[in-house]
Design a protein around this ligand. Structure first.
Ligand SMILES: *Cc1c(COP(=O)(O)O)cnc(C)c1O
Length: 341
């Protein structure tokens, strides 16, 4: 099976499993797990922040970050199709009593400075006030778009001028860094906190990191406990996470991008499919030009050995990753057979 549903399906390799087996561990709630401590300092170093926090998932990292920045009842400005709005069960409302105000980031999901100004709400007798701006890079729902540092800077500077802190959902920030050819630290420099996933293209089995200032991370650590994310001998999952962060492994993401481009080029026009050139490892496949809905298209692909996820009625996402690196040509052939059967 060529599993293109997500880069989260990557399995830990033998070296990661070995690192896990040999990891020195302790109770991380007491901050006595040396492997977790190593991972947190390395993550902070790579992202150029004072501190970092290890969490089980990206969703928890986002929710903890948002909670840490805001007060109950405030508004949070988010891109309309962003992960925190679309795929986290309304957690901002459920967990932190926040109201979301959305910004339409257009085709590539870029939040503009004027849009931040427009969306900003000053606190008064009738209005709750804006407590946070959330950005996303790469932007998943827009097809893994890599948002330029200047765009992040413009939005963040505007928010800061209004007294509003900024969180970046950088689940795939290293994909953005590779695509933009800048260090990831440049992408998070303009913001107050950022999340990234170890468990996606980087290939670790579990885990996400939240980075920011010492003071922010200290408060986030309490909120992680509150949300049930205080882990004990977490070194067994932190050790493979540390391997995932190696320079070599981060650079390897370029391969996934190249494979995504090859996949898109091979699929575009096939049986009426329309597949724009991807910016990173996310390939969006439009099925309007075929007889298939997204669900029908995927149902036809599955018996041919290819898996993807539906994103909309006529939109499918394929995601390249290291476990399918040698399968691009076969995937294109399989989709071809699916469309002609
Ligand atoms: C995957 C993802 C998350 C959530 O990460 P999980 O570990 O699956 O909870 C958050 N934001 C974006 C943009 C993502 O792609």
């Amino acid at each position: 099976m060529i599993d293109l549903r997500s880069d989260t399906v990557t399995r830990p390799d033998d070296r990661m499993r070995e690192a896990s087996a040999n990891a020195e561990v302790g109770d991380d709630v007491y901050r006595e797990d040396p492997s977790v401590n190593d991972l947190e300092s390395r993550a902070a170093e790579i992202l150029g922040t004072e501190a970092a926090l290890f969490l089980p998932t990206g969703t928890m990292a986002n929710q903890v970050a948002v909670r840490t920045h805001t007060e109950h009842g405030q508004e949070v400005l988010c891109e309309r199709e962003s992960h925190v709005v679309k795929w986290e069960l309304g957690g901002l409302a459920q967990l932190s009593g926040l109201q979301v105000r959305t910004i339409d980031g257009g085709e590539r999901g870029i939040v503009g400075a004027e849009q931040v100004e427009e969306g900003y709400v000053a606190e008064d007798l009738h209005r709750p006030g804006t407590g946070l701006l959330c950005l996303e890079n790469t932007h998943n729902s827009k097809g893994g778009t890599a948002i330029a540092v200047e765009n992040i800077e413009a939005a963040a500077e505007t928010a800061h001028a209004l007294g509003v802190p900024v969180h970046l959902d950088g689940a795939r920030v290293f994909n953005a860094a590779v695509a933009l050819d800048v260090p990831a630290s440049r992408i998070v420099e303009p913001v107050d906190s950022a999340m990234f996933s170890l468990s996606k293209g980087l290939g670790a089995p579990v885990g996400s990191m939240l980075v920011g200032s010492e003071a922010f991370v200290e408060r986030a650590r309490r909120n992680r406990k509150l949300f049930g994310g205080g882990m004990r001998q977490a070194g067994v999952i932190a050790a493979p996470g540390l391997m995932a962060l190696s320079e070599e492994n981060r650079a390897r993401l370029a391969e996934d991008h190249e494979n995504a481009r090859r996949l898109a080029a091979g699929l575009d026009g096939l049986g009426g499919l329309s597949v724009p050139k991807p910016e990173t490892n996310v390939v969006l496949v439009h099925t309007e030009g075929t007889d298939y809905t997204a669900e029908e298209f995927l149902a036809a692909c599955e018996p041919e050995g290819v898996l993807g996820v539906p994103f909309d009625d006529h939109l499918v996402r394929f995601c390249t990753h290291r476990d399918v690196a040698g399968d691009v040509e076969r995937a294109i052939e399989a989709v071809g057979s699916a469309l002609s059967s």
